[in-house]
Design a protein around this ligand. Structure first.
Ligand code: SF4
Length: 229
């Protein structure tokens, strides 16, 4: 069995098994580190950088860095929270999020982090990219305007043989989430629902189902992000 490591987060003494990521170790010790791309049970990616912390003075992603004996982690500091706010703002201007008309509003992790970091209007100019809403699949609708490229769907939604049903198509600014045409039929009702759940924003929606839970009664309407870790 792995040894226990002692470490600290913002001066608070913590303990976790060797090999645990800083993000997971923080949770185990009741400390919230924000993330958009990390998902329990799925290999970490370090894609969104929202979980950036300073570990022994180095800026690193908490989801891909493991704790070590005596490590000193800085997490909830003005500098790191400002960095996280900037990342959230950049994600907002890069796409077309339009929260008031989004099915995920109130359940959206990006929106919840914007509230957490006090974002009102992003400080960066909006890109207003021309992206489409793709309703070609019989079970889900993909809204490319809202995708933040976290790859949660790619990493979490697999067929019985472990093949990713969602893939990234193109590169750079043209990158978009795509359903592998050969595996499109493998997206069962259960996997379709799961894909909606794993998407942190409103980029994947179920066809024929919307606004089941009224605004004001959704997850982050009740409690801010991070309150349940
Ligand atoms: S569709 Fe959703 S889960 Fe998939 S990459 Fe885009 S934001 Fe992430």
């Amino acid at each position: 069995m792995a040894e226990l490591n002692n470490f600290s987060i913002d001066g608070v003494k913590c303990m976790a098994r060797e090999g645990t990521s800083i993000l997971e170790a923080a949770r185990q010790n009741g400390i919230y580190i924000p993330t958009l791309c990390n998902l329990d049970g799925v290999p970490p990616k370090g894609a969104c950088r929202v979980c950036s912390v300073k570990a022994n003075g180095k800026l690193l992603t908490a989801c891909t860095t493991k704790i070590s004996q005596g490590m000193e982690v800085e997490n909830d500091t003005p500098g790191l929270n400002e960095l996280r706010k900037s990342i959230v703002e950049m994600l907002f201007v890069e796409g077309n999020h339009l929260c008031p008309s989004c099915e995920k509003s109130g359940d959206c992790e990006l929106q919840a982090l914007a509230y957490r970091y006090g974002m009102t209007v992003p400080r960066y100019p909006y890109f207003y990219p021309k992206r489409v809403v793709d309703a070609s699949h019989p079970k889900i609708v993909k809204d490319h305007n809202r995708c933040i490229m976290c790859k949660r769907c790619v990493r979490a939604i697999k067929d019985k043989k472990g093949r990713s049903i969602f893939v990234f198509l193109n590169r750079g600014f043209e990158t978009k989430i795509y359903i592998d045409p050969e595996l499109a039929g493998k997206l069962t009702d259960e996997l379709a629902r799961k894909s909606v759940e794993v998407c942190p924003v409103g980029a994947i929606m179920l066809r024929g189902e919307g606004f089941k839970t009224p605004f004001g009664k959704r997850k982050y309407d009740k409690a801010p992000i991070g309150s349940d870790l």
